[in-house]
Ligand binder design. Sequence first.
Ligand code: NAP
Length: 247
Amino acid sequence: MNTTHNARVAIVTGASRGIGAAIAQRLAKDGFAVVVNYASSSKEADALVTELTAAGGNAIAVKADVSKADEVRHLFETTEQQLGKVDVLINNAGVLKTVPLADTSDALYDQTFDINVRGTFNTLREAATRMNDGGRIVNFSSTVLALNMPGYAIYTATKAAVESFTHIFAKELRGRNITVNAVAPGPIATALFLEGKTDEQIETFSKMPPLQRLGQPDDIAAVVSFLAGTDSGWVNGQVLRANGGLA
Ligand code: NAP
């Protein structure tokens, strides 16, 4: 725990691994006090906080399932108590399971919408009353929205909702000098993308962008760093596709 309240404060949801962990590392390097949020991977989250702290950063791990409104309130309260009011919110937490629409169970539909859409809604609603003016919000969409791939109906629909939140919330925060943007990555080499795919499928995906490789978490962390920083001040209500030119 650190009680100094000087650095700007960033919450990164789903930061125990994958893209979120790379964002937490990057924002810590950028000088933010970072909240590493997670739902279940406490060992990974704690290890990341230890790493960031050892490198001279200021970071805490906070467990909260973003799909639960009371846990998200607790996430913001803990952040305020331990680091100060929030300047930057990165809505990175998300889940993906590719199943044709006809084979999708009620439980999978609910889980995907609860985490990807309700989770984003919960943090945005909390941010509206709690964030410092002049802040930055970055939501997570996906390039699949531009591809309309079979098997991705439910996931893609959740990201369409997130893009709508992004455009409208940017306008609803008029007067606060808070920007709201979204990043829409193409395939990134994390568990979310790699799990359940054959080597052949992974190879096909990696050949799709003209840059002919899979994205890495750091590719996305760099984009988020820009959107969370001072240089992006005039970018608001936008969706930035970071995908090596895939779509
Ligand atoms: P990942 O490697 O599976 O990591 C997901 C992270 O989200 C984990 O830290 C996980 O923590 C956390 N999480 C899951 N459910 C949560 C919940 N209910 N509350 C709080 N945290 C939760 O996924 P990723 O590839 O880094 O994806 C990050 C974001 O990028 C997602 O929004 C995803 O849709 C988007 N995206 C990814 C790709 C890609 O190819 N990888 C492409 C486009 C968009 P726990 O283990 O503790 O649950």
